[in-house]
Design a protein around this ligand. Structure first.
Ligand code: SIN
Length: 282
C-alpha cells in the first residue's frame, strides 16, 4: 500500500479553507489522491500550497477528482488544452464604463445553468497580484443547517429555474455562440440539494443564474431568493482566500458559492481553471 507525503490542516471556523502541503505534483501517489479526495469532502474549499504547475500536471491533479470537462465557452477555452479555461481580466467583457468586468465577480456556483453542472473546480494561480484579487467562498451546508426550521420546511421540494442570462443576473456575461446556446437551455434544479457523496444537504443557489422559483409568483420568489442569498453570504459562513503565487484552490460546487474581487492597478492576474464533471442535482 502506498503512503501519502501530504499534510492537511483542519478547516477554519467556516468549515472551509484547509491547507494542503507536501504534494508532489509530478507524481501524486494513489494514497495522495485518496487523501486529497477525503480532504475536499471534509473542507469543501481547500488550498494546495507551493506547487508550480504546468497545464499537464494541473490536468493530472484534476483527474484525481474525476473527469475534466471541455470548456464550453470558446472565449475562455485554452486553445491548446480544451479542458483548461483561462481566467484573466483581459477576457472579461467590457462594461458600459469601458472597464473590464471582473470574471465571476458576484456570488455564484459554477455551471448551474447546465443540466449537469460540474462537481468540482480547480483554480491555479499562475500569476497573481501582490494584493487584491482575493476569492471568497461561502459554505452552503452550514448556511442550510443554520436556517430556521420554518424556512427549511418552506423550501423543501422547491425548484428554481437557472439560465445563462437570467433576469436577476448581476454580472455581465459573454455572448454565447449558436452552438453554446443550443447546449444551454434553461434548467430546473432543487433549492436544497443533497451531496451525492456525503448525503449532507446544502442550499443550492446561484444569484447570477437563477431566474425564478418554479411555480411561485415572481415577486414572492424574488423575496425568498433575496432572503436565502442574504443568509447564505453572512460573514459566519464566508472564507476569503488571499492568493499567493502557485496556490491551487479546489472547491466543491455542490455545497459552496464563490466570487472574485477586483484588484486595482495593472498587475496581471492569470488563473487556470479546470471543471470536473458532476451529476444531476437532487
Ligand atoms: C471564478 O469564478 O471561477 C473565478 C474566481 C476568481 O477569479 O477568483
Amino acid at each position: 500500500m502506498s503512503t501519502t507525503g501530504i499534510a492537511v490542516t483542519e478547516p477554519g471556523a467556516t468549515g472551509l479553507g484547509a491547507v494542503v502541503t507536501g504534494l508532489d505534483l509530478e507524481a501524486p501517489s494513489p494514497a495522495d489522491a485518496d487523501a486529497l479526495r477525503r480532504a475536499l469532502l471534509a473542507s469543501p474549499m481547500l488550498c494546495i500550497r507551493g506547487c508550480r504547475a504546468t497545464p499537464e500536471t494541473f490536468l493530472r491533479l484534476g483527474r484525481v477528482f474525476g473527469r475534466p470537462q471541455r470548456e464550453l465557452m470558446g472565449v475562455l477555452r485554452d486553445p491548446d488544452f480544451p479542458e483548461i479555461s483561462l481566467v484573466e481580466r483581459e477576457r472579461g467583457i467590457s462594461t458600459a464604463t469601458g472597464k473590464r468586468a471582473t470574471f465571476g465577480g458576484h456570488w455564484h456556483t459554477d455551471d448551474s445553468y447546465m443540466a449537469v453542472p460540474c462537481a468540482v473546480t480547480l483554480l491555479y494561480g499562475e500569476v497573481v497580484p501582490p494584493s487584491g484579487g482575493d476569492t471568497s467562498f461561502t459554505n452552503m451546508h452550514a448556511a442550510y443547517e443554520a436556517l430556521p426550521a420554518a424556512l427549511k420546511a418552506r423550501i423543501a421540494g422547491l425548484g428554481a429555474i437557472h439560465t445563462y442570462q437570467s433576469r436577476r443576473n448581476l454580472s455581465p456575461v459573454p455572448e454565447r455562440s449558436a452552438e453554446e446556446k443550443a447546449r444551454t437551455p434553461p434548467v430546473t434544479h432543487p433549492l436544497v440539494r443533497t451531496h451525492p457523496e456525503t448525503g449532507r444537504k446544502a442550499l443550492y443557489l446561484n444569484p447570477n443564474r437563477i431566474d425564478h422559483v418554479r411555480g411561485m409568483p415572481l415577486d414572492e420568489g424574488d423575496t425568498l431568493l433575496d432572503e436565502l442569498i442574504e443568509r447564505a453570504t453572512r460573514p459566519a459562513f464566508v472564507h476569503v482566500h488571499a492568493w499567493a503565487p502557485d496556490d491551487i484552490v479546489i472547491w466543491d460546487n455542490r455545497c459552496t458559492m464563490h466570487r472574485a474581487s477586483a484588484h486595482e492597478g495593472d498587475h496581471p492576474r492569470r488563473l487556470l481553471r479546470i471543471l470536473i464533471e458532476g451529476t444531476v442535482p437532487v
